[in-house]
Ligand binder design. Structure first.
Ligand code: CA
Length: 228
């Protein structure tokens, strides 16, 4: 049973989310503070974190940053802050999804399920495939990436983006196509979130992120993986 950690300071929201998630078969733990939530994350090692942005104790963005420094636990930001800048900061920190408040609990359960499915290696059929592009190796079964001989830790979203492009080197993907490939659905207006993920990916795999060797920008269109 997957364990979900909710870090949220509105008791009524926690109550509703807990009831929906438990009914969907998840174990739920929760904290109403950022600092306590982080400790709970460390102790309980949940499979996924639902994280509010405005929290007492420690800001949601700081919590996200602290988690990402140490692990790739799938992370969904839930927030009433509507500014796109905040949303992008969250995604730049490596959050896997973003849900604006107010939301329907049903939608949250669907997003949790989608993010967990992507994070579970065993959920996908075995392909035995390792993609190789120059000195970048992507093991599709193990969800492992080796770059210039070094293991690279990617979030589930970053891995899916990379694998999607690497399966078709040279092919140009629009931002919407990439969103759809990694989330199953693509929302108009969310295209820029792809840029945030690509930026993170580049910082992890490119020797010089400003002159990317692997993930190339095709201006006015999107991105593509280099052929060699
Ligand atoms: Ca709050």
């Amino acid at each position: 049973m997957a364990k979900i950690l909710i870090i949220e300071d509105e008791p009524e929201l926690v109550r509703v989310l807990r009831s929906y998630l438990e009914r969907a078969g998840y174990a739920v733990i929760s904290s109403g503070r950022g600092d306590d939530g982080l400790q709970l994350w460390e102790r309980e090692k949940p499979d996924l974190v639902l994280l509010d942005l405005n929290l007492p104790g420690a800001d949601g963005l700081d919590v996200a940053r602290a988690i990402r420094k140490r692990a790739d636990t799938p992370l969904i930001m839930v927030t009433a802050r509507v500014e796109e800048a905040d949303r992008l900061v969250g995604l730049e920190l490596g959050a896997d999804d973003y849900i604006p408040k107010p939301f329907s609990p049903r939608e949250v359960v669907a997003r949790v399920r989608a993010v967990l499915r992507r994070a579970t290696k065993n959920g996908s059929a075995s392909t035995g495939m390792v993609l190789k592009i120059s000195d970048l190796e992507i093991d599709l079964d193990a969800h492992a990436v080796i770059c210039r001989g070094q293991k690279v830790d990617l979030t589930p979203t970053e891995f899916d983006l990379l694998a999607t492009m690497a399966r078709h080197p040279g092919r140009v993907f629009s931002r919407l196509q990439l969103l759809e490939a990694v989330q199953g659905v693509a929302y108009e207006g969310y295209e820029r979130t792809v840029d945030a993920h690509i930026k993170n990916l580049r910082s992890k795999i490119e020797a010089d992120a400003r002159h990317p060797r692997y993930i190339q920008t095709v201006f006015g269109v999107g991105y593509r993986m280099s052929k060699e």
